[in-house]
Design a protein around this ligand. Sequence first.
Ligand code: UDP
Ligand code: MG
Length: 310
Amino acid sequence: MDLISIVVPCYNEEESMPQFYKEVTKVLKTMSVEHEIIFVDDGSKDKTLAVAKKLHELDSRVRYISFSRNFGKEAGMLAGLEAAKGDYVAVMDADLQDPPSLLPDMYEAVTTGGYDCAATRRTTRKGEPPIRSFFAKLFYKIINRISDADIVDGARDFRLMRRKMVDAVLSMKEYNRFSKGIFGWVGFKTKWLEYVNVERVAGQTKWSFWKLFKYSMEGIMAFSTTPLYITSAMGFFVCLVSFVLACFYAIKALIFGDPAAGFPTMVCIMLFLGGIQLVGIGVVGMYLSKTYLETKHRPIYIVRETEDDE
Ligand code: UDP
Ligand code: MG
């Protein structure tokens, strides 16, 4: 029988975990597979670890990994994927926003359907502030235009992958991890299953607008160097404009004598150029900072304890 590993990154999810466990095992029981559930406690401040330990005591197929502090969901997913022993590995949120009822269809797609991966996307963003949906849509438009990785709008991290694909994902050792991009970049045949957005069962979302903004910038920088080209193109464009302007004023002065009172023009041009230079330096700086972090080769997460320690 195949072994399915379910990786669940958890940050302050004590309320949702028991329900998650119940629902998922109920679905897995109907499938003829072996399974393991790996809860990755991402430095939670509530009783997430205690709940995971209790579930492990009740059911040895539940495993857990606990981080020394909060490293973010990306780190949690990576730790889970590295620990997973399954022939197939799924990533799921603990809040039941990823419906476990899709698992049988996903399993069928990767076993008999000829796919390497079954991924999910939600077709609506119900229960989300409209402004957040607007910026999310904008982000997907931009990143798809400027990067090679195929990043699907509304795609969740909820997916079931064959071992081959998991190994490919793990072979990408980068420090700045943007999973949506990594999954797209490694390729493989992916079947997309759609569902209507479900609101979380308990607890609160861990993503503030600012956190999402930073995450989206990281995504763009990790999978595209286009902003660097845009900066250069902008510099080139401004040079051209200034050259044309210079010619224009020179000819004007030659024909009409008295040069135009130039102070306002000067101020505008200086501010414009100053602004563009700062933006340019900022963009270069962002890439440089990412490179700096990559070259340090810091671990992406640090484990404090796992079920093996018992
Ligand atoms: N999560 C995590 N570390 C974090 C933030 C979130 O492991 O720093 C987990 C969280 O416990 C949940 C999943 O990532 O299982 C998705 O988070 P959330 O539901 O808050 O995001 P949303 O569904 O609102 O996008
Ligand atoms: Mg959620």
